[in-house]
Design a protein around this ligand. Structure first.
Ligand code: THU
Length: 135
């Protein structure tokens, strides 16, 4: 798996936080790492809840870390999870990313036993609705 230097850093950050996921129900550990407009990397993991719908995805946790840490925009985001199929953001997280990213923002998805899929927010969420619609 040949990654660019920045993707190596994002992968390392996502993988460092992934074991900390609170996943007693799915046992599906996910890590996400954002390169933000301030140059910093912000990472998060999924956090499930006994009341299932209240669980947080790793992407949502990484966005929360970015906002709390002072970052404003997502310039690149890397998602890692188990298995060999690329772990792609759920529909809700595509919209969460849309709030803080341009449509051409790269999204790199990896099942750690497989190969990375590099795509864009535009490909994952076509014809999307975003903040600019609200003036
Ligand atoms: N999950 C994420 O955190 N991010 C993704 O991109 C896909 C799914 C989480 C949600 C839930 O905790 C577990 O993975 C199984 O769906």
């Amino acid at each position: 798996m040949a990654l660019s230097p920045i993707d190596e850093k994002l992968f390392a950050a996502a993988e460092a936080i992934r074991p900390r996921a609170h996943v007693p129900y799915s046992h599906f550990h996910v890590g996400a790492a954002i390169l933000a407009d301030d140059g910093n990397i912000y990472a998060g993991c999924n956090i499930e809840n006994a009341a299932y719908p209240l669980g947080n995805c790793a992407e949502a946790s990484a966005i929360a870390a970015m906002i709390a840490g002072g970052g404003k925009r997502i310039t690149r985001i890397f998602v890692t999870g188990p298995g060999s199929a690329p772990v792609t953001p759920c529909g809700g997280c595509r919209q969460r990313i849309r709030e803080f990213a341009d449509v051409d923002t790269p999204v790199i998805c990896l099942g750690v036993e497989g190969k990375p899929l590099e795509t864009t927010l535009q490909a994952l969420l076509p014809h999307s609705f975003g903040p600019e619609f609200l003036g």
